[in-house]
Design a protein around this ligand. Sequence first.
Ligand code: ATP
Ligand code: MG
Length: 407
Amino acid sequence: MKYDINSYEEFKKAIPIIDKIVENGHDAFFVGGSVRDLLIGRPIGDIDIASSAKPEEIISLFDKVIPIGIDHGTVMVRHKGESYEITTFRTEEDYQDHRHPDKVEFINDVKEDLSRRDFTINAIAMDKNGDLVDPFEGQKAIENKVIKAVGDPLERFEEDPLRMMRAVRFVSQLGYEIEKETYTAIKKQAGWLKKIAVERIAIEFEKMYAGLHVTQAIDCCLHARIHESLPVFQEYPNWLEQSGNFKHPLKSFAEIVAYYCYTFDSFSTGEWAKLWKLSKRTKNDAQALMIALDQYKKMGLRNIVLYSLPEHLTEGFSRLAAMIFDEEFYSLSDRVSAAKLSLPIQKRNELEFQGGDLLALYPDEKPGPWMAEILDKVEEKVVSKELRNDYNEIKEWLIKWNPPGRK
Ligand code: ATP
Ligand code: MG
């Protein structure tokens, strides 16, 4: 089958890159997720290119090149505001550390490059005319909605066990079944996942929860006992089984952590972060979500709950609260957004009365922690609309209150 790729803006924009490589005597194809998603009719993500040109040759052909993984043959080319990964056709042998291939050999044949890829749906190349190179019947797998390893599944999973985790994340994203032999291999060797870096698993795990078919993917994890190789779940295998029905997939690792911490209450966000090697930001976001859920349970949609919740977490909060407290997501999300917008202030620095004003009111005092304590109280009163965000009103209130604790 041939595709009119000019009608797809994402591919059309990248054609000049392919043209330049081809004009210089090399082969170049679109590969990976973008070709798969085009054939399926899903939104097209990053455009990756595979080429017979060596990394140095690509570097010499383009002005803006970033050598992001040159040992493995990958460079990034910037073109008209977009980034494209260009990887030299290669084979991979001997993954002794189960992380990186020990030896990367550059080759000239696109079919051989496709043979090192994980699943047949991901092993299709497309040239700039829209002609496909599909030696492993990837299109047939798309038609049949199956995730099938390229070549012998056991061998491929031994080379890189992460592929087993990738299989279940594709189940979640696409709603496909895992092909029989491939699934048998995963069921047999899911324990190999213990050998690889947890950060690599985390990327696929997060994508799994963001897929529409996450409940189906969780079932696969349970059947194949993948969870026994995952941090946290290996200690609490029942958690995965007792996960709710993710009607609205979770969009970040922070949401995943908050969901399980809130629901099962045995592992702290800090322990999750340590075991999964999550970033500080993810840990802090999970913590903020937990606090908001807890406050929401106790006091409902009060202003203070939303004020303390960072803007980028509001949608995630609505998703989690809807799921945990069995509410309708869209209506909750609308209420949350409206309430957040109608807050008298969004940030502390929007208070009409600031630290300098406090010192002016109490000229005998030295600056110190007492100021923050008083401003916390003012902030709380303003956010809850018990006090108007007005300089004079706040001043009067303070004079009446005459806060203690100043030194
Ligand atoms: P997404 O749309 O989520 O980016 P993707 O299929 O593009 O999905 P990537 O991780 O971006 O996934 O990888 C790009 C391509 O590289 C894949 O389609 C596949 O052909 C190949 N690939 C990636 N990871 C592996 C792996 N661990 N083993 C073999 N091939 C891989
Ligand atoms: Mg990709």
